[in-house]
Design a protein around this ligand. Structure first.
Ligand code: ZN
Length: 109
């Protein structure tokens, strides 16, 4: 909500107009700010996903066996980026190693 409030402030400025005169200027600014807010919402949501937690057990995508994570503090985190309709969004996922498959994978999501 704080970010949403800041977005409104950036749109309106201190005089309620913020130097935006034409409709196109207003539309351009509103779209830019809306896109930034959309990306922020996505990043927050991705970070809150259980799959972001290195300690959570997940199923191996190759064999389907559950892969436990015994030492969450030692797990490699991979920075990932996804292109969305509103620009690029960054998030992290923890690597898992399936011993029977001898493969490393990153949970989806
Ligand atoms: Zn496996």
């Amino acid at each position: 909500m704080e970010e949403a409030g800041q977005t409104f402030d950036q749109m309106l400025g201190c005089d309620g107009q913020n130097g935006l005169v034409t409709f196109e200027q207003r539309e351009e600014r509103a779209c830019e700010l809306g896109d930034a807010l959309t990306r922020l919402l996505l990043e927050e949501h991705l970070a809150a996903d259980d799959m972001a937690d290195p300690g959570v057990e997940v199923a191996c995508p190759f064999c389907g066996r559950p892969v436990p994570c015994e030492a969450p503090e030692d797990v490699e985190l991979q920075n990932r980026q996804v292109r969305t309709r509103r620009g690029s969004v960054d998030y992290e996922r923890a690597a898992r190693r399936c011993e029977p498959c001898r493969r490393v994978f990153f949970p989806r999501g």
